[in-house]
Design a protein around this ligand. Sequence first.
Ligand SMILES: C[S@@+](CC[C@H](N)C(=O)[O-])C[C@H]1O[C@@H](n2cnc3c(N)ncnc32)[C@H](O)[C@@H]1O
Length: 221
Amino acid sequence: MAKQDSDISSENKDQKEALKDYWNDTYKKDISKLNWYEEKPRPSLKLIKMCNLKKDAAILNVGAGATILIDELLKLGYNNVIANDLSANALSKIQERLGENNDKVTWLVDDLTDPKELLTLGEIDLWVDRAVLHFFTEKKEQDTYFQIIKKLVKKEGFVIIAVFNFKTDDESEALPVYRFEQNMLQFKLGPEFKLIEDFNYTFKGPYGDTREYVYTLFQRI
Ligand SMILES: C[S@@+](CC[C@H](N)C(=O)[O-])C[C@H]1O[C@@H](n2cnc3c(N)ncnc32)[C@H](O)[C@@H]1O
């Protein structure tokens, strides 16, 4: 018997809830044991420095997880930082670390593939993603992600995307992943976004294993 629209929509909802539970459970661990844990997010900071932003620039870190990048941005004096993630547990790890400074950040639990709160934000100066987009393996999810960028990033604003490149072995990942090259990101962003910088980067995780990323910086023209 053919599936009804209502069956498909409830299956999708169940899958989304399962994914949210997966990420929330992941962040019950000590974050320094996570495969993607970076003690100092140097490649992202290098690209952020190149943007030469004012201290009150709106910086949106999507899929921020429990990243130290938020702490580093505050240390650098940025005072309009927004941290987004699907997992409230992830963001609470950063909040605990920041203590009373946590009210200096805007927290946004929302799904990049089904955004609600994200769409209520005003224009932003910088979008930063490390290790999130590659989990969106469906065209529809990727299209939604790039639509949010196009809605939020202001003219002359910047986009940093760091994702697995083709050298990463996708078979060994816990979740399905999609691999990218900079020209695929350029295609998705379209001609309004100019590639300013890109480099490949080998990330060594806490267990000594490596993952291959492509880091890109685009500017909206
Ligand atoms: C590999 S972690 C990277 C975290 C962080 N960017 C870092 O560099 O440490 C991927 C993150 O994406 C988040 N995530 C996964 N799917 C998401 C979605 N649909 N919307 C928002 N965040 C999502 C996860 O909760 C997780 O924190």
